[in-house]
Design a protein around this ligand. Structure first.
Ligand code: FAD
Ligand code: NDP
Length: 596
């Protein structure tokens, strides 16, 4: 740091404001200065970077950068010493030489195995950088015989159908709970005997929503094929298996085989639902089947308590089904505990039954085709549909990876990779199939694009898997970025963090008498240094994904509490609650906010 009258490089921990002030005074800085506007500052130095080494009060002409008092200077020093994550530091991906040369002699520069989020993105990017690319995608039917088109999990049996069902369920909930209070009613606006507006009765028709969603998805399958063609990526609708490090064997629907060779391969085969492990497990369906059911699922048991089980339970209950969730341990392991509990409470209040601390031990088909389930605690119940959602397993079992020395994790069959490069240097992996990769579509896409740029565009930019935003689309949505309160305590200690929180009634729910027990909630977790760097942001409420996306950008750039609260909110929104969070958990003050 260049201070007046001396040049000094500071390389130590500045500590807090008091320590920093003492350090300045000990080091001979005067306590009083006159600022460039002529104002005297007593016992509070102002600090600037001067162009020359002049001593004394600052001369405006000599000031290169005006820093301000202790706090501003401390902030500046910290930024100078530790640039915001990803701001000034540019990490480079160090890759092992994979032997690729322009005249390699194979049919393709790159063959991508798997036409899902990651594979499609990487194939199109590599082709637009001039590489000769082929993409193999083949859907193995689920054990129930369900199959689908190009685009992978997200488009066919994941994000897209799930979110559309969720939108439908949310719509029904709004009609049911709120519409009357906005004067929108099919039953008139007469108050009932209790002085309440009557509730609109809604019944959802399974086949209408299923057919509309499936038609939309088919249109997406078609568009993906067109986009591959536009980008000159050769689409091969065949199942690929490694023969050697530069050759894969291809099998089509009719069992006919062929081969294709490439200098580089990208494995982006994703994962498939892990089956239940109890007696009669084959009676259960999975998320691969639920969006295709020909008949109304009726009374449903969802087994598992993470994203997929809770989201499916949420939209099925929202579509007026009788739904129970079997929870082995806790809801949403790995997420913020307080937020997860709020989701459970909300779902319970909105008609989802929870059976805690149980797993199914036996499934039996009854004469009427219903399924009798015996649980680990000895209890029994009968359901029309049992949906297993107990995690996903990487789809690598029959890929021939052992022939090409690609190491996998025996527990989940995921490919071990560094900078997306596997233990066989010319074979890469992105998306759900890669060990350590969050199983999220945008992560697979980003990793695929960045890898293609490194392989064919001269880039060295690695994929950054830290501070990825995610949303759980449960009936009350939950979105977060960064650390949960629990993980922050584990990392920094209870005394090393502070939590700012607020519970509030979103304006869109404020007219409805039915909503007054369903508050939204926002909280941020900060470290307890003077800068109060934001470690995690959590929001439970309407439109959570839309609320959180922008905050993700700030988190990538080292957001501080001060920067957050310096930001003027947009009123009236739920998102503004995050930039106005002021009640600390440690104060013990009630987190419930008043209106406006
Ligand atoms: P995939 O999309 O799974 O694609 C892999 C492709 O490879 C498939 O088409 C497969 O058939 C094909 N394949 C497999 N083996 C071979 C082979 N040997 N030869 C040729 N082709 C092969 N993520 C979000 O971000 N937001 C959400 O809201 C969300 N919701 C989800 C809901 C559900 C129910 C599920 C199951 C997942 C959800 N996800 C969500 C996760 C998201 O879908 C995945 O993270 C994403 O699809 C992973 O992309 P991928 O490219 O790694 O693999
Ligand atoms: P997860 O691996 O996240 O969770 C598995 C759940 O099943 C846990 O609740 C686990 O309980 C439970 N479980 C595991 N084994 C058993 C068993 N034998 N019996 C009963 N319960 C069991 O899997 P999901 O299938 O929910 O999701 C997979 C991934 O897909 C997610 O991690 C996510 O990345 C992605 N996804 C993303 C979505 C989004 O972005 N909105 C939506 C859906 C999926 P326990 O805690 O006790 O281990």
């Amino acid at each position: 740091l260049l201070f007046p009258s001396r040049l000094k490089i500071v390389e130590h921990d500045f500590g807090d404001r008091t320590k920093f002030r003492q350090w300045l005074v000990d080091d001979g800085f005067r306590n009083n200065f006159r600022d460039p506007m002529g104002k005297e500052h007593v016992s509070c130095p102002i600090i600037w970077i001067s162009k020359s080494l002049k001593d004394g009060d600052p001369d405006p002409a000599d000031i290169e950068k005006y820093l301000g008092g202790y706090d501003k200077t401390l902030d500046w020093c910290r930024d100078f010493m530790e640039p915001a994550d990803g701001a000034d530091s540019k990490p480079e991906a160090v890759m092992v030489d994979d032997g690729h040369t322009p005249d390699h002699g194979y049919e393709y520069d790159l063959v991508v195995i798997g036409g899902g989020s990651g594979g499609m993105a990487a194939a199109k990017e590599a082709a637009s950088l001039g590489a000769k690319v082929a993409l193999c995608d083949f859907v193995k039917p689920s054990p129930k015989g369900t199959s689908w088109g190009l685009g992978g999990t997200c488009v066919n049996v994941g994000c897209i159908p799930k979110k559309l069902y969720h939108i439908g369920a949310t719509l029904r909930e709004s009609i049911h709970a709120d519409a009357n209070y906005f004067g929108i009613s099919t039953l008139g606006t007469q108050l009932d005997d209790l002085g309440q507006l009557p509730t609109i009765q809604t019944e959802s028709q399974w086949n209408v929503v299923k057919d509309n969603i499936q038609n939309y998805i088919r249109s997406l399958n078609f568009k993906y094929r067109v986009r591959l063609r536009e980008k000159s990526v050769q689409y091969i609708n065949k199942l690929a298996t490694f023969k050697d490090a530069h050759t894969v064997e291809l099998v089509d629907k009719k069992g006919r085989t062929s081969e294709v060779t490439a200098s580089r391969f990208l494995v982006a085969v994703g994962g498939r639902p892990t089956p239940l492990d109890c007696e009669g497990a084959d009676l259960a369906i999975s998320s691969d089947d639920v969006f295709f059911l020909e008949k109304d699922p009726g009374k449903v048991l969802c087994v598992g308590a993470s994203y997929i089980s809770l989201e499916c339970a949420g939209f099925l209950a929202g579509m007026s089904k009788d739904v129970t969730v079997a929870v082995r341990s806790i809801l949403l392991r790995g997420f913020d505990r307080e937020c997860s509990e709020r989701i459970g409470n909300f779902m319970e209040q909105h008609g989802v039954n929870f059976k805690m601390k149980v797993t199914p031990s036996k499934l039996e088909k009854l004469e009427d085709d219903r399924i009798k389930v015996t649980f680990s605690d000895g209890s029994e119940d009968v359901y029309d549909t049992v949906l297993g959602a107990v995690g996903r397993t990487a789809d690598t079992a029959k890929l021939g990876l052992e022939k090409v020395n690609v190491q996998t994790n025996p527990k989940n069959l995921k490919i071990v990779a560094k900078n997306e490069q596997s233990t066989c240097p010319n074979i890469y992996a992105v998306g759900d199939v890669m060990e350590g990769c969050p199983e999220l579509t945008p992560v697979a896409i980003q990793a695929g694009i960045l890898l293609a740029r490194r392989l064919f565009g001269g880039s060295k930019e690695p994929m950054d898997y830290v501070n990825v935003c995610t949303t759980v689309f449960t009936p009350i949505e939950y979105s977060c970025v960064g650390l949960s309160e629990d993980d922050a305590i584990e990392k920094y200690g209870q005394d090393g963090i502070e939590v700012y929180h607020r519970e509030f009634l979103p304006l869109e729910w404020s007219l409805s008498q039915n909503r007054h027990d369903s508050n939204a909630f926002a909280k941020i977790v900060v470290d307890k240094t003077a800068k109060e760097r934001v470690l995690g942001i959590h929001y439970v409420g309407p439109n959570a994904g839309e609320v959180m996306q922008g905050y993700g950008i700030s988190m990538k750039n080292g957001l501080t509490y001060r920067q957050l609260t310096d930001t003027v909110g947009i009123h009236p929104t739920s998102s503004e609650e995050i930039v106005t969070l002021a009640i600390t958990k440690s104060s013990g003050e009630d987190a419930a906010a008043g209106g406006c």
